[in-house]
Design a protein around this ligand. Sequence first.
Ligand SMILES: NC(=O)c1ccc[n+]([C@@H]2O[C@H](COP(=O)([O-])OP(=O)(O)OC[C@H]3O[C@@H](n4cnc5c(N)ncnc54)[C@H](O)[C@@H]3O)[C@@H](O)[C@H]2O)c1
Length: 296
Amino acid sequence: MRVLITGGLGFIGAWTARVLFEQGHDVRTFDVHAERALFDAIAGDTHSRQVEHRTGDITDPAAVDAAVDGCDGVVHLAAVLIPTARKDPLLGARINVLGTLHVFEAAKRAGVRGIAYASSAAVFGAHDGIHPEPRTHYGAYKACNEGNARAYWDDVGIRSVGLRPSTVYGPGREIGVTADPTLAMRAAAEGQPYTIRFTGATGMDYVEDVARIFARAATDTPDGAHAFSLQGQLARIDEVVAAIRAEVPDSQVRAEGPELMFAAELDEAPLHAVFPDVHRTPLAEGTRKTIEFYRT
Ligand SMILES: NC(=O)c1ccc[n+]([C@@H]2O[C@H](COP(=O)([O-])OP(=O)(O)OC[C@H]3O[C@@H](n4cnc5c(N)ncnc54)[C@H](O)[C@@H]3O)[C@@H](O)[C@H]2O)c1
């Protein structure tokens, strides 16, 4: 299959490309920038034959149409994260909401029947990981996208899977509110001090696992419009700090600050009911792999 990855030069995009390459698929990336250092570091430059990079803006419907044309499946990741959406809610809506509509419209025109898209645990409020009640513009955009995805299934039969991770971590995670655990692992690998700027608990989700779920959802999309929460490993931030210290005993990593504004405890059972073979990397192993990556 040829799979389009919007936001394909970003963190989860590069890992998803790597997984799709390993499975023998062709990949087309679509991203607003053309900086490929992260992509090459994660996906590897040996795969250049199987990848086609396109530069364009998800807010431009003609560019999205052209990117979707000729693809069999789509992984839609292009978005701005919480800090940008908080600073400029209108820009955030143009990219995260209208951009997602452009992807579904392009899929409708091109006859693509399977889309895996990034929703987020930010659709939930602080106390309940069952009923969406976003407390950020970013979370509200994601909840809106889930509703639009349901409408595209009901109206024109586009299959979709929205995935709601909490804190995706691993090699290459550098921006966004929940980047701090990875930045702390990198600092520990480099012998630098680091303070994680939030506390409480979160679902720590190793990026390769998340990439595999996106790849699976885009290449084997079930009927319907699904939205699945990803728990990964539920961990308190002091457990994350302990996992880093287990790898780098003299690391000067600590945490202080408010808790995240979305629920930590999520229900992953609906995901497993549809994709029973989903792999979960334990926090200790994911931390070790991440620190190893930054050491080398
Ligand atoms: N990383 C996490 O912990 C996490 C958690 C929940 C949901 N998500 C979602 O997963 C997706 C990927 O996140 P990520 O961590 O890889 O972020 P990222 O910032 O590394 O990747 C997003 C990519 O989208 C691109 N992009 C932004 N605006 C664009 C535009 N106007 N047109 C085209 N491309 C544009 C960026 O250039 C970037 O390469 C996002 O939708 C994000 O909301 C991430």
